[in-house]
Design a protein around this ligand. Sequence first.
Ligand code: PGA
Length: 255
Amino acid sequence: MNKSLRKTVIAGNWKMNKTPSQTTELINEIKPLVSNADCDVVVCVPFTGLQAAIEATRGSNISVGAQNCHWEKSGAFTGEISAEMLKEVGVKYVIIGHSERRTYFGDTDVTVAKRTRAALDAGLTVILCVGEYLEQREQGITNELVAIQTKIALQGVTQEELKRIIIAYEPVWAIGTGRTATARQADEACSAIRSTIESLYGKAAADGITIQYGGSMNAANAAELLAMPNVDGGLIGGASLKARDFAAIVDAASK
Ligand code: PGA
């Protein structure tokens, strides 16, 4: 296993936090703290903050992501945003299938696959989230579950398109709870996802894909998680809203 074959990506998931002016403010705080990062740095902000984020990050090493997109290009879908709309404002990444979308807004493996398709067609890079509920972990089906979520989401995704897929392993019980997966648990699930990729696309693709861990990752536990052979970065919620904490995680990933 050679970690140097793939990119380390630290992405902040701001969720429903920060107005456009607060977005500019926080990015301006983060920018100087991560300017020497030896990993990719992304901030995924609410739709209304995208324009401000694009402007605030211009000329920096920070890329901007959105947190969801619809699967149709346009049409009668009140309240939705298409991947093409994101692309045109300058967004590079989009989170798809976050557990909060699955739990509160009815996203399913099938709609996650449709959103992934639309995002790839628009030229975006997808941060595809998979992960188990606590009961599923206790049942011992975590590895099968993340494998099946990954397979359904990637149905029809070509080898070439896979280069624009990042997978985030996010155990639902660890998100926003302060309860982090142990480094071993995180590595095991990320390894199961990597094996799934190998079975679908071959060894080179599996060695090259970035697989993040997400779920209460913070400045204190990031180094241990990121040191694991299959953990290639993090999707950070709460800690990404504090410039110093987020920068500390970027530092840990740059070592
Ligand atoms: P958390 O969120 O870091 O606040 O647990 C992670 C996520 O939901 O992506």
